[in-house]
Ligand binder design. Structure first.
Ligand code: NZQ
Ligand code: ZN
Length: 391
């Protein structure tokens, strides 16, 4: 196990109706004038936004609303949010929505107190200062409710890039699983896929002797394999929703990632797909993960065989561990298909002829030097072959 610091200061407020307490938590965490940031309308239609406003009113907190965050959130709205926060002297941002809304809120929070262009943070500058952010989560997926990360797409060039820093970890996150019952099945499934991807990105490590985190990841993957189909079959199953929601947080606040190197090549490869085709991030991952894993399997066959046996119930073939490893990858692929995720480029809406463009932006865009690194280093030729495996 490698040396690490783990700092996860978010207060999690979990359970039914807890959004009605958000005013108290804003006060507790020092907010007096709030920007309520939300998405394209689901929070309005469900009445959630009204409940959030009522709770702030009850606590005597004033607020300004800014809606319109789209999935794969864009830089344009971030600039608008920064202007509002400065002009209105906002001191707290409350994100009401999913990963896209939370990430846009985090970008605004960091940009408001920064003299330069907020995009600097998405080109590698670490975020060390930001307005405090709280969240009311409406979809179990990205894990942004507990993470120090934000992913934004810059319209010029359609670069989808991430920024990080403990300063943007939410001060509190309200997790009411019942709020996720209104999700369309495709979004529920995309969320399940993203959560599993966050676990696999950590599982693929070059660090040795990481039994605790290996076992945590395997336990969470097993939970997803159990609860995913239950919730797809019965979207109103509160208990399945609750387990998935907490697994989503655990998968990405890095409690399972400490003391070990991590991968993230699949996320980088997928981000180009959701940037170009505006597909759900999780749907892109369903197509990406099996392709990447097939390509890199030989780097550490035993790691893939281990997850195949421990999570997917495969029998270990000691004479041919690669066969076991590949069987586990195939079971993962079939699982994604079984919950309604796309299985290839065509179903995702991606085009073979775009591969050179995807590879160019992935490996050269935004200051990259021709490769991406994680579990293995992948150059342009490798990435081309991986996208080709998705056809
Ligand atoms: O905009 P509204 O109308 O709210 O609709 C949203 C959106 O269309 C809808 N939705 C959300 N909650 C709902 C609901 N519809 C009905 N009922 C509800 N309760 O679902 C759609 C997707 O929402 P979005 O916020 O985009 O989903 P998700 O949480 O999957 O976030 C995806 C974004 O997070 C980034 C992804 O790249 C992507 O941009 N990620 C962020 C990470 C982080 N900050 O740590 C890590 C992840 O790996 C990921 O990259
Ligand atoms: Zn993700």
């Amino acid at each position: 196990m490698e040396n690490f610091n783990f700092y996860s200061p978010t207060e999690f407020v979990f359970g039914k109706d807890r959004e009605n307490e958000c005013g108290e938590y804003v006060l507790k965490h020092g907010g007096s004038k709030v920007l309520i940031h939300y998405g394209g309308g689901s929070a309005v239609r469900s009445g959630l936004l009204d409940r959030v406003c009522a709770s702030l009113d009850k606590s005597g907190i004033s607020y300004v609303k800014l809606g319109g965050v789209q999935p794969n959130p864009r830089s344009g709205l971030v600039y608008q949010g920064i202007d509002i926060c400065r002009n209105e002297k906002i001191d707290f941002i409350l994100a009401v929505g999913g990963g896209s809304v939370i990430d846009s809120s985090k970008a605004i929070a960091a940009g408001t107190v920064y003299d330069g262009d907020f995009w600097d943070f998405y080109c590698g500058k670490r975020i060390t200062e930001a307005l405090p952010v709280g969240t009311v989560l409406t979809i179990a997926a990205a894990g942004s409710e507990g993470s120090p990360d934000s992913v934004i797409t810059k319209e010029e060039g359609m670069f989808k890039r991430g920024a990080s820093g403990d300063a943007i970890r939410p001060r509190f996150s309200i997790l009411n699983p019942a709020l996720t019952q209104s999700l369309p099945p495709h979004q529920t499934a995309a969320g399940i896929t993203d959560i599993m991807a966050h676990l696999y990105e950590r599982y693929l490590t070059n660090s040795k002797e990481v039994e605790v985190t290996d076992r945590l990841i395997e336990g969470l993957l097993l939970t997803m394999v159990h609860e995913g189909p239950r919730v797809i079959k019965d979207p109103n199953n509160y208990d399945a929703r609750a387990n998935i929601m907490w697994a989503g947080m655990m998968a990405h606040n890095n409690s399972c990632g400490v003391g070990r190197s991590q991968d993230w090549n699949s996320h980088n490869i997928e981000h180009e797909l959701s940037a170009l085709y505006d597909c759900a991030h999780g749907a892109g991952l369903a197509v990406t993960l099996p392709a990447v894993f097939t390509y890199v399997c030989d780097h550490d066959v035993m790691r893939f065989a281990q997850v195949a046996v421990r999570v997917w119930g495969c029998q270990m073939d000691f004479a041919n561990p690669r066969a076991t490893a590949m069987e586990g990858i195939e079971k993962l692929r079939q699982f994604f298909i079984s919950i309604g995720m796309p299985k290839n480029f065509e179903e995702l809406g991606a085009k073979k002829e775009d591969i050179p463009k995807l590879v160019e932006v992935l490996c050269r865009g935004n200051g990259r030097d021709g490769s991406i690194s994680g579990f293995v280093t992948l150059n342009e030729d490798d990435c081309t072959k991986i996208y080709e495996l998705m056809i």
